[in-house]
Design a protein around this ligand. Sequence first.
Ligand code: GFB
Length: 330
Amino acid sequence: MKFDSRICVAGGDTLIGAAILRRLLIQGYKEAINRREPEPDLTDGAETEAFFARYVPEYVFLAAGKSGGIQENMARPAELMRDNLLVTTSVVHAAWKTGVRKLLYLASSCSYPRNSPQPMAVGSLMSGPLEPTNEPYAMAKMAGVSLCRAYRLQYGADFFSVFPANAFGPGDDFRPESSHVIPALLRKMHEAKMAGAPFVDVWGSGRPRREFIYSDDLADSCIYLMQKYDRPGPVNVGGGTTVSIGELAALVQEVVGYRGVLRFDSSKPDGMPLKSLDSGELAAMGWQPATPLREALATTYDWFLSMSSTEAVWDREDRTSEGTVHSDGE
Ligand code: GFB
């Protein structure tokens, strides 16, 4: 990939896609095509093909498709699955038709079987049942991995997949009903601090463990892999730090400066007991995540504060919706 290569980030408005676009521009790649024309509806195969035919990108980062936290996955499994299947099929096919040189597909660590040995190595994929709370989404993401492999097998296309740890960062979704745990806890604790609320409810037992990666680090790893990776993949991208949800909540509490009590709400699901990735292949290539978890949380909180008066982060209805601290703490 050269600085004047034609690059498409499909899903340039997602957390990871936006981070990839940002990091591409900072690193000097000027031709990221999403800057010139709004992205088409990528669930529409014809629109997607027309878009690719106009720009003929050489490199594609496929970060498109709806995603959400554990509650969103349980509430909207059909929407998440359908959207991801359609978007992936459209983009992979359009990329092949227009002769894209290399495509990187963002998969999800939730496609690993629920009881995979930890840390999870790519050899464990498809070796057992998935976590039920996100099975439809996880299955759709795994179909994307398989689709990339199929285009490689049948057409010799250089399409490969990346399994990232749980990503978070500026631009994340902070809505209680759909957010992942980090934006959810940042927002809950911020609102509780502002309201002087005595408790914040943390879902589940606090015992599940997750590996987190800062979105800019993940974006850098994707650009690095696009430049250097020459195998069929897939490849894991961990964030280097695995913590329990209880430990994470305590860290978020420190970052936000909330002094109340954390209550674990066992009526809410835990999801997968442990998700940690074996990132040995990427480490052996010489890439490591750069941002410590605490620093990344603080930067994300700063972004949230800077945006908190706009609809990008919340709206009036959300402020009183279930899942915020108001339910019990006041
Ligand atoms: O981030 P999260 O929604 O996703 O939840 P998953 C991680 C853990 O944090 C779970 C707990 O054990 C949650 O119960 N948690 C505690 C909370 N408080 C909260 C809260 O206020 N909000 C949220 N959301 N969680 C998702 C998958 O699983 O991971 C997706 O459902 C996707 O498919 C994503 O793959 C990366 O790690 O459990």
